[in-house]
Design a protein around this ligand. Structure first.
Ligand SMILES: [Zn+2]
Length: 549
């Protein structure tokens, strides 16, 4: 179904689905004259929807739906525009990113000189001795990875740390290393790395557990209303891109509190599934909390653990070395026993398991744990997830199928992080971000940005999956291409499934929440290589326009 004339489209709109309650009350809003891709198998296409108290109450043709309008019903003419269900960003870090936008220097800049200038400008406004922090930096998008010396020059009087946008590595200056008591003789921590250059001099690049050790030194100054401001800022970004629900993939109890505050104050414009960081497991268990608590706006999700490092920063743990880096396989972040102990405790108490694993050997480790836990604790519909689940093989996919594991990939990577794909190599890429393999196996992969790791852009997910081409036009693993319709399903209804909410959201059908987006152009008539340029013109969440261009 790659192209559709208006006549064919209208022909496809048949029948009317509605809720019985529509007879009793008149809808608050009717949207009509649209081309609505519902992602509902019972009625894939529609022209109009009626919304009452934040929910869809009727979906069908203009003729049928508009007939329900009453005197107080607001009517909205979609002018033939394309409507999709709101996207579900199944794995992202919205609150943490919002705070970073408020506190740190944005380093998503194309040259070292620009990054240095940005850090320098922030240092000039910061009392000497206080930390200067940057984020959104990407070492493969500047001439070379920023060095310790360059950061020393930018911030000679401040300990400074610049986080990679992937969140697993960082670049620090000499004062930061000194503050951490790290010198050339310091051994790497378990699951972490201090990079050394010629004659063992530290380069300032630190990875995973080594980043955490430095991060802990930075005093947490509390800023009044910070969380509220951070949420306002990030929600604006999220909804302007057509995302109506997010999975916060490492929420702390403090984050959950902030989301609840925003909810109570009526300030939420996106729905949040809070995947709680494993450090909070005991506190959550003691409080008798488990996955599912909450409502359609803020819900407690699964428990988040890490098996290995990241793809964009080349710390994912692989079975074969990175290309051009002999003997370097990436990092494991948890042992199988650690993952098992936490998983058993959480799963036994009714939690969904959401474990980060990128490399094939890390995925194997997680599956061993899930196999054990699901065997020992039978009788639940598991729906455990593997966050990212990047490098797979047929045997891993078969085991996922047996366990009904949901992969949560970030498929914008092929496009956005194309310049890193050579570290993995063309052959390995045929098994990475493996949407085709997942779908063919009958799994329900979701989609996600993992923001800040990649941009908050669902249209980029679609482009990446349909073309498997990067920004430079290089194609990677084209065997994993999927159709536009499949890609839309992954980004909508599959995301709902991954949070046990497929009866609440993820498609445009009566009874579900009224979360939808209006696009500026028709993706089914667009050059696949330009999908990411289609603007979102309107985003509705719970029957309210939360973004209009
Ligand atoms: Zn993440």
């Amino acid at each position: 179904m790659s192209s559709f004339s208006r006549r064919e489209f209208l022909h496809g709109v048949s029948g009317l689905l509605l809720l019985p309650l529509l007879r009793a009350e008149q809808p608050d809003v009717i949207l009509f004259n649209g081309k609505i891709w519902t992602v509902d198998e019972n009625q894939p296409l529609a022209q109009a929807v009626a919304v009452s108290a934040g929910r869809l109450v009727a979906v069908g043709s203009d003729h049928d739906v508009v007939a329900y309008a009453g005197g107080n019903t607001r009517r909205f003419d979609l002018s033939g525009k394309i409507v999709l269900p709101g996207f579900i960003d199944a794995h992202s870090h919205p609150l943490e990113s919002g705070r970073a936008h408020l506190r740190m220097v944005a380093c998503d800049l194309p040259t070292i000189a620009q990054v240095v200038a940005a850090v320098k400008a922030r240092a000039a406004k910061t009392p000497p001795g206080q930390w200067v922090q940057g984020f959104l930096y990407d070492d493969s998008k500047t001439e070379h990875p920023i060095t310790r010396e360059e950061l020393d020059a930018a911030a000679p009087d401040h300990p400074s740390i610049i986080y990679h946008r992937g969140g697993h590595i960082a670049f620090v200056n000499s004062l930061a290393l000194k503050a951490a008591g790290v010198d050339e003789a310091t051994p790497d921590p378990e699951g972490g790395r201090y990079e050394h250059g010629p004659s063992r001099r530290l380069t300032g690049r630190v990875a995973d557990k080594a980043v955490e050790g430095i991060k802990r030194l930075i005093p947490l100054q509390s800023i009044p209303d910070e969380d509220r401001d951070a949420l306002k800022l990030i929600q604006k970004m999220v909804t302007s891109k057509g995302i109506t629900s997010v999975g916060d993939a490492s929420a702390s109890p403090m984050d959950l509190h902030a989301y609840q505050n925003a909810h109570s104050a009526g300030e939420l414009s996106m729905r949040v599934y809070c995947i709680m960081i494993v450090d909070s497991l005991d506190r959550m268990l003691a409080a008798g909390i488990r996955t599912g608590l909450g409502d359609e706006w803020v819900r407690v999700g699964g428990i988040k653990q890490f098996a290995d490092g990241s793809i964009s920063e080349r710390t994912a743990r692989l079975s074969q070395p990175y290309v051009g880096m002999p003997d370097y396989y990436g990092l494991f972040l948890s042992s199988e026993e650690e993952l098992y102990e936490n998983s058993k405790k959480a799963y036994g108490a009714g939690w969904q398991l959401c474990t980060h694993a990128n490399g094939d050997v890390a995925i194997d480790r997680v599956l061993k744990v899930y196999e054990r836990v699901q065997r020992e604790i039978p009788g639940r519909e598991p729906r455990n997830r593997i966050e990212h689940c990047t490098l797979i093989n047929d045997a891993l996919v078969r085991r996922m199928r047996t366990l009904n594991v949901t992969p949560v990939p970030f498929s914008g990577y092929v496009y956005y992080h194309g310049e890193k794909m050579h570290y993995y190599g063309a052959e390995r890429l045929t098994h990475m971000f493996a949407m085709r393999s997942f779908l063919d196996a009958g799994l329900r992969p979701t989609d996600s940005s993992d923001y800040t790791a990649s941009p908050l852009e669902p249209m980029m997910w679609l482009q990446s999956q349909v073309t498997r081409k990067d920004k430079q036009g290089n194609a990677w693993g084209t065997n994993q291409r999927i159709t536009l319709e499949e890609a839309i399903r992954c980004g909508t209804i599959n995301g709902a499934y991954a949070s046990f909410e497929e009866n609440v959201k993820g498609s445009i059908e009566p009874g579900k929440v009224a979360d939808l987006i209006v696009l500026g152009r028709d993706p089914f008539h667009e050059d696949p290589a330009a999908l990411s340029t289609i603007p979102v013109e309107g985003t509705m969440v719970g029957g309210k326009w939360v973004y209009e261009s």
